[in-house]
Design a protein around this ligand. Structure first.
Ligand code: NAP
Length: 248
């Protein structure tokens, strides 16, 4: 049985490990990465890197490589590849599962401001703060570029390319992050507002706790929807069980 995992997340790596090891005997696992990160953490099993050439290209790949099951374990904000996966799975008649970690929820003491997009987040910022900790990744920085009056601390795995805000310091780092470390980032840079996508998961959640403790408001960008009709699993373990179920 050949399983293709569309990856780029910790959950995708964990699922590849579960399927590759003894958990699902006989399963051949290929993980696909977009190639955005210069030195990605590699999952167990086979790995291919680079785009497929849209939904048609992915459907061709599924047929050519005799894929029996497709798991979209990409980041909740990787919208295009998720819609391509749904279209390709339908074209090639391959069962599809989306692996999506649950989003975060505000708790007591949180001051969260929801935004529908990075542009909406940028529009909210001048009313909320002056020193912004921007953790939405190096893609999409153009939305914040016109905000000359604000200062940004932008954290990403690889260095960003313009356009980006004029007053911006770059912090190159990769999660998981600790609460201690996040407290120190907020304090050392006198951050007064945090911007994040609703990525969910534990690896990047400590910044939310640190912001709550320091009474710093958070602009949270809402997730795009999962394509209609696609079955969703919340954990790698659930996704591995789905694969076992396909094997009957
Ligand atoms: P996207 O906008 O949904 O996809 C853009 C194009 O990149 C797709 O059309 C596809 O090219 C290619 N692609 C994306 N994921 C791929 C994969 N796993 N394997 C092969 N090709 C892939 O994606 P994105 O938001 O730029 O994210 C790219 C990757 O980074 C994803 O794998 C995602 O899991 C990871 N990531 C994204 C975020 C985020 O916030 N967006 C955060 C952390 C990690 P073709 O059309 O040519 O097939």
């Amino acid at each position: 049985m050949h399983v293709l995992i569309l990856g780029g997340t910790g959950e995708a790596r964990r699922l590849a490990g579960l399927l590759h090891e003894a958990q699902v005997p006989g399963a051949r696992v290929t993980s696909s990465l977009a190639g955005r990160v210069a030195a990605p953490r590699l999952p167990a099993g086979e790995v291919r890197i680079g785009g497929f050439g849209g939904a048609d290209g992915l459907a061709d790949w599924l047929r050519t490589h005799a894929v029996d099951a497709l798991i979209d374990a990409t980041h909740p904000f990787a919208r295009t590849i998720s819609f391509n996966a749904a279209a390709a799975a339908a074209l090639a008649h391959v069962p599809l599962l989306a692996l999506r970690r649950p989003g975060w929820a505000a708790g007591p003491g949180d001051d969260w401001h929801a935004a529908g997009s990075l542009e909406e987040a940028a529009a909210l910022l001048p009313e909320i703060g002056r020193r912004v900790f921007l953790t939405t990744g190096r893609m999409g920085l153009a939305a914040f570029a016109p905000l000359d009056a604000l200062w940004f601390l932008m954290r990403s795995v690889d260095a960003p390319e313009p356009p980006f805000p004029a007053r911006m310091e770059v912090l190159l780092d990769r999660g998981p992050f600790t609460l201690e470390g996040e407290r120190e980032v907020l304090r050392a840079h006198a951050v007064d507002v945090l911007v994040t996508k609703d990525s969910g998961g534990a690896a990047t959640a400590p910044k939310l706790t640190a912001a709550r403790e320091a009474r710093i408001p958070v602009v949270v960008v809402r997730r795009p929807p999962v394509p209609d009709g696609v079955e969703v699993a919340a954990t790698p373990e659930e996704a591995a069980a789905w694969v076992r179920g396909l094997r009957g």
